[in-house]
Design a protein around this ligand. Structure first.
Ligand code: SF4
Length: 239
């Protein structure tokens, strides 16, 4: 695959990504989780997880990769695990999600002006994709970002691994990333100009919503909501 794909809209992209089997280790891992689940009589998605949210979103939320028993189970970003519970509670509180609880793809959740996507679309062992897997998956997110460019103005990046994975994707999708590359931190805000003179994009760093951070108080609801409110300021009002 090239850096971006010749795909005309997000629906086509979502339909294409869920058939991808380019990373043998991740295909085996996502399907192994489903096999374990059959013992528990639960049907897993066990495929790449597409982006979630409207095609004219102004804000994007980016993590790193699906969790084996979270979105790899439910088939929707951040749905069905404790990380997602924390995230959707904050999104709902600031008006970016229609409800506070996400449990399945049929739960009625709507994201408002916001799209979620991951640099790596399949659940990796120990939540760690290899550099090769990360690079192999890059065209999916690069294409998604390119399709969203007309409206997208802010990206909230959850965690340092997602930040590192996202920067080369942004270059591929048409924004100028400074060198040396900006370093991740909670509360970091960086605006990237578009290479073609189009609208700029602001990145906002945020600690990841994993239980490791939320159970210890490293990331609180107030902190997360503040980051989303800042993203809303950068995104501006829809004209
Ligand atoms: Fe395809 Fe990305 Fe999954 Fe690899 S991680 S199999 S490139 S969707």
């Amino acid at each position: 695959m090239g850096e971006t794909l010749t795909i005309v809209d997000l629906q086509d992209l979502d339909n294409a990504v869920i058939t991808c089997r380019r990373c043998p280790r991740l295909v085996a891992w996502r399907e192994a989780a489903a096999t374990q689940s059959r013992a528990r009589k639960e049907q897993y998605w066990a495929r790449p997880v597409p982006g979630f949210g409207p095609a004219d979103a102004r804000i994007m939320v980016v993590g790193l990769a699906p969790a084996a028993h979270g979105s790899n189970r439910t088939g929707r970003m951040f749905t069905g695990d404790r990380s997602g519970d924390f995230l959707f509670e904050a999104l709902h509180a600031v008006g970016l999600a229609s409800q506070a609880h996400a449990v399945s793809r049929a739960d009625g959740m709507r994201l408002i002006d916001t799209r979620m996507a991951a640099p790596v679309r399949c659940a990796p062992p120990e939540n760690k994709p290899t550099p090769q897997e990360r690079d192999t998956c890059r065209p999916w997110l690069a294409t998604e970002l390119e399709l969203l460019r007309p409206t997208l103005r802010a990206v909230v990046v959850l965690g340092a691994f997602g930040w590192q994975a996202l920067l080369p994707v942004l270059s591929a999708a048409g924004w100028q990333v400074p060198k040396p590359r900006p370093v991740f931190g909670h509360g970091v805000e960086i605006t990237l100009p578009a290479a073609d003179g189009g609208p700029a994009l602001t990145l906002l760093g945020c600690y990841h919503v994993s239980p490791h951070n939320t159970f210890t108080g490293r990331l609180t609801q107030a902190m997360l909501r503040d980051v989303f409110r800042r993203a809303q300021e950068f995104a501006g009002d829809r004209k």
